[in-house]
Design a protein around this ligand. Sequence first.
Ligand SMILES: [Zn+2]
Length: 45
Amino acid sequence: MITNVIKCKNPRCITTVEQEIDHIFKLTDKQNRVYRCIYCESKAR
Ligand SMILES: [Zn+2]
């Protein structure tokens, strides 16, 4: 899990709406290094 390194690009995500919330991403695919937002599950990169 990584916090406040990547920002979620989903305009409807709670991290975009709530400014005080931490941007937390979880590594869901180690081989392809896919990170997903824990709130909306959008892919990062
Ligand atoms: Zn998100």
